[in-house]
Design a protein. Sequence first.
Length: 164
Amino acid sequence: MAWGSRRDAEFTAFVADASPSLGRTAWLLTGDPDAAAELLQATLVKTYVAWPRVRQGEAAAYARRIMVNTSIDAWRRRRDTTGLPGPEPGHPSQEDVFDERERLGRLLAALPLQQRKVIVLRFLHDLSEKAVAAELGLPLGTVKSSTARGLAALRSVLVEKGNP
């Protein structure tokens, strides 16, 4: 197989494997689905250009670093002379997004370790119950019950604080 064909095949496999995780990272960096899609696309283009320099087994880390740097560059370009950009109409401010993420982190930290692992893998990393069971070495039933208990605990805290 010629170098170009092999390079394309390797990169295509990388994109198929890494896109879900990179997409979540892009969303967490931007807080906006459209901006996240643009950031992911820019990241993949830059990663493809740099593909010959990417060390085998480190492609995801390399792409995440590109993504963070691209996000920072875009933020700097958007900044006006008065400092931080304000929120766009209909979108939460960066401060609100940060506060919500911090709140979610505190809620997750209050869960028992097994429930927290299951919830994070199921809903942050979008893994199936079977994949979570395999990842953690747990029976499928344990994953299901841990998910149910973890979500119930999170709901009860949110209801207590008046946030249904």
